[in-house]
Each structure stands twice: as C-alpha cells, then as structure tokens.
Design a protein around this ligand. Structure first.
Ligand SMILES: Cc1cc2nc3c(=O)[nH]c(=O)nc-3n(C[C@H](O)[C@H](O)[C@H](O)COP(=O)(O)OP(=O)(O)OC[C@H]3O[C@@H](n4cnc5c(N)ncnc54)[C@H](O)[C@@H]3O)c2cc1C
Length: 302
C-alpha cells in the first residue's frame, strides 16, 4: 500500500505522516517554502516543487498519483489544498473529507472523525480507499524523524491548464491569520477605525496577529479580509484568542472552535461571547485595553 502526503509546512507534514504511515509506504509532495532536506529526515522520498499555487500543486500531484496509485492522499486542510485536492478527488471519483482526525486505516477502507458545521459538530465516517483526507489543524500527533535521510527529487513546475497571467502583492494585509499563535481580534465595540490602534498596540506587545469580526472587514472595511475570522472568514487555531468588543455571534464562534484559550473583553455582561470563552473581562475596552497593554509592556520588559 502507498500513501502520498502533500504539504508546505513541516509541522503539517509531520502530522499527515502519522496518518499516512498506517497505509504503508509514503511519498511526500512538498511545495513552496518547504525545506525538502529537512523533510527527507522523516525517511520518506520527498518530491519537491518550488511553486505553491493550486494549479501547479494539482498538476504535480496528479502525475504522482498516476505513477504511485496510492490508497491515501493526506494533507492539511488549507484553502489552496482544498482547491487542488478536490480536483483530484473529482477526476478520480474518490471520497474526500476535510477537517479529519482520529484516522484509522483498515482493509480497503479508512475511518475517521471530522468536524462539520464549521467544527461545531462531530461525525464519525468510514470511506472506501483510495481516499483523500485533509486533516484538522493540531489534532493529529506529529510523526518522528527516521534515522536516515531519504531521497529528494526536485520537480519541474509543469504547465497546467490554468495559466497565471499576472501576480501582484496585495495592497494591505499579507496576514496569514490561520497560522497565527496569538490573535487579538476587534469587533464592533470599537467606535472608529483610528481606535483600532488600541488593538494593534496590544498585538504588538504580545507578538500577535490582528483578527476581526465580519462587520469590521466586510461592512466598515477598516481591515482587509485577511483578518476576518468566522464562518465566512478564516478558521483560526491560535494558542490565545483575545476577542475585544465582539458579541460572540455563532458565525464568529464557528471560526474559533479550535482556539486553545479564548479571552473576551466586552462591556455587556450578557454578551454571548462570555458563554464561549475561558476568561471573560466585563469592562469598557477603551479603559481596559490600554491598561492591559501598559501592564504587559512593563512585565515583558523585566
Ligand atoms: C451568513 C452569515 C455569515 C457570517 N459570517 C461571519 C463571520 O465569518 N464572522 C463574523 O464575525 N461574523 C459573521 N457574520 C455576522 C455575525 O452574525 C455578527 O453580525 C457579527 O459577528 C457581529 O460582529 P461584532 O461582534 O463585531 O458586532 P456586534 O454584534 O455589534 O457586537 C459588538 C460588541 O461590542 C460590545 N461593545 C460595545 N462597546 C464596547 C466597549 N466600549 N467596550 C467593550 N465592548 C463593547 C457590545 O457589547 C457587543 O457585544 C455572519 C452572518 C451571516 C448571516
């Protein structure tokens, strides 16, 4: 049996390897900024692609899939990989599931749990193999490295059917909030765009990324959509999520179900966010946040 692991970040690939190793031989398709030499230390042959756009990843994966005929393709659940891997699953008419964990490979089938309704509910599934599994973030243990390095094969980027005509940096943002370890998130409790400085100052002290609720990005356009957390925004999994002036609507909460620790600051003690946080501070953000930033600054200086 063979499995293919697809990914860019070493941590994601290490988690996918634990799942894929159950299927037997594993090949790794690593793309973009990944370090193929570091990945080779896990003991599986690494096919490395410098490009990272979904079209190039799909084209390389399709070729590898045809060559190896794997029983499993395992990857992290990211937007780009959902795009590339759903095309593969569609073309070969094989099952695909996202946000999976607790994977067990059996004879001819694979069982797993997965979050659905944006992680607010869990289901247990069994699917025939071959299958494509995109893993939930941080819910699968990481594989250990092997004693020796495996072979690395550099792949040429093959021209897919979609051609990139032009690429340009985004004007704002550049934020990868899905990967952030600490997020300071702003909601409608802020009265103006200028006032967001309070959140930025706190984020600065904590080395955090800035997140926001939908109205801040979609309606008021005070921040770019890179920062938008929730059902229709980004699903995040930080170690610490600080929600400031956010009421805690179900659509916002859907984006933070994987946050390890949620702290809410809100001046309305009946705000729903207080039923969905680990620590709640009932306070006016305009008084509390500058004070918190000041205290943290003092403490971190010591
Ligand atoms: C299909 C659909 C998809 C959606 N997707 C998303 C999504 O992905 N993400 C998302 O966030 N929303 C989403 N929404 C919108 C969601 O329903 C809420 O409207 C939104 O989350 C509310 O944002 P908010 O908490 O910032 O604002 P509000 O609900 O207006 O809350 C503001 C909070 O700030 C508090 N506050 C006010 N002044 C202060 C102060 N001085 N100090 C401290 N606290 C203060 C208030 O008590 C209040 O709780 C979606 C809605 C729909 C219908």
């Amino acid at each position: 049996m063979t499995a293919i692991v697809v990914g860019e970040k070493e941590d994601d690939i290490a988690e996918a390897l634990t799942v894929a190793r159950q299927a037997g031989d594993v090949a790794v398709l690593a793309f973009g900024d990944s370090s193929p030499q570091a990945l080779a230390e896990y003991g599986h042959k690494v096919y490395h692609l410098t490009a990272s756009d979904p079209e190039s990843v799909f084209t390389a994966l399709r070729k590898l899939y045809d060559d190896l005929k794997p029983l499993l393709v395992v990857a992290p659940t990211t937007k780009n990989l959902k795009d590339a891997l759903s095309r593969l699953a569609g073309i070969y008419d094989i099952p695909m599931a996202t946000e999976v964990y607790d994977v067990k490979v059996g004879q001819g089938s694979v069982s797993y749990r997965r979050g659905f309704l944006s992680g607010r509910a869990i289901e247990s599934d069994e699917a025939p193999m071959p299958a494509v599994l995109l893993l939930a973030a941080h819910k699968n243990p990481k594989a250990s490295k092997a004693g020796q390095k495996a072979e690395v094969v550099e792949l040429q980027t093959a021209q897919g059917r979609v051609k990139s005509v032009e690429r340009m940096p985004k004007q704002k943002g550049g934020t990868n909030i899905e990967a952030a370890e600490i997020i300071v998130s702003a909601g409608r409790g802020f009265r103006s765009k200028e006032d967001l400085k309070l959140a930025f100052d706190l984020a600065d002290v904590l080395g955090a990324q800035i997140g926001c609720s939908r109205p801040i990005a979609a309606d008021l356009k005070w921040l770019s959509e890179d920062h938008w957390v929730g059902l229709s925004g980004h699903k995040v999994a930080p170690k610490l999520y600080i929600a400031i002036g956010i009421s805690g609507a179900p659509q916002h909460l859907a984006g933070i179900t994987d946050a390890k620790l949620v702290v809410a600051i809100n001046n309305d003690k009946s705000a729903p966010i207080f039923k969905n946080c680990d620590y709640g501070v009932v306070a006016d953000l305009y008084q509390f946040v500058p004070l918190l930033t000041k205290r943290l600054k003092e403490r971190l200086k010591r």
